[in-house]
Design a protein around this ligand. Sequence first.
Ligand code: SAM
Length: 278
Amino acid sequence: MAGTLYLVPTPIGNLGDLSPRAAETLAAADFIAAEDTRVSVKILNHLGLKKPMVSYYRHNTETSGPQILQRLLAGEDCALVTDAGTPAISDPGEELVALCVEAGVTVVSLPGPCALVTALAASGLPTGRFTFEGFLAMNKKNRREHLDSLRGETRTMIFYEAPHKLVSTLTDLVETFGPDRRVALCRELTKLHEEIVRTTLGQALERYREQPPRGEFVLVVEGAAPVEDAPVLTLEQAVERVCTLYEGQHLPMKEAARQVAAETGFQKKELYRLAVQR
Ligand code: SAM
């Protein structure tokens, strides 16, 4: 009989957040697949455990994944851990889970520390509907496309970010959503210097531009006002508005189309195409 793949969340900063069930699962597994064995060995030492480990990280998923699957199919139980938080959430694991599901191997996901949920819950922003956006791409074009796709997003949006890229990300968020959009910047969650700054995107940019931040961040950004609050325009009226912004306010046509797309929910490309035909 095949073994089971256990997804074991580990603390995002506070060792006390390792659950008893996570500890039991690590103790019972035949082997541990770890993103970085040097990081995970510290948790095992903390628990007084010695376990065979294999590494499973972003750049070896194609070779390591099938090897782990073979061991599971042969009947061993594997606990997957990453450096911090829940495996498969902006962390290696997604491919291994897909591989196991496809091969009919049971996957058991333990609930536990996850930076996005911790940040959302404390943000003070609506939690009823939200969208997790992970890390924005480094590549300018992909980043722009990603942000453009969120212009009309009404749900609360969650982003992961590294401290050295925070200022450039805030600059792009201000450009996309405007300076008045509310944001909760959740830094060093569960750690000694945990800090949650609830402010607007514009003020956040001012604050961190002067004082570059340290530590890990989750950004929780308020969604756009629901479309019901905005006047409902027909496609023709929306195109008319693009032309008005272009001619009357001298906005570049692309920018006018982008703005109206965000206001109305129509496709930017469609608005642009129709507006240039006028
Ligand atoms: N799988 C992890 C999880 O469940 O949250 C996320 C891993 S991802 C590679 C790392 C990112 O998570 C960081 O860049 C940061 O955005 C966020 N993060 C992780 N720990 C955090 C913490 N203690 N405080 C704030 N953000 C954190």
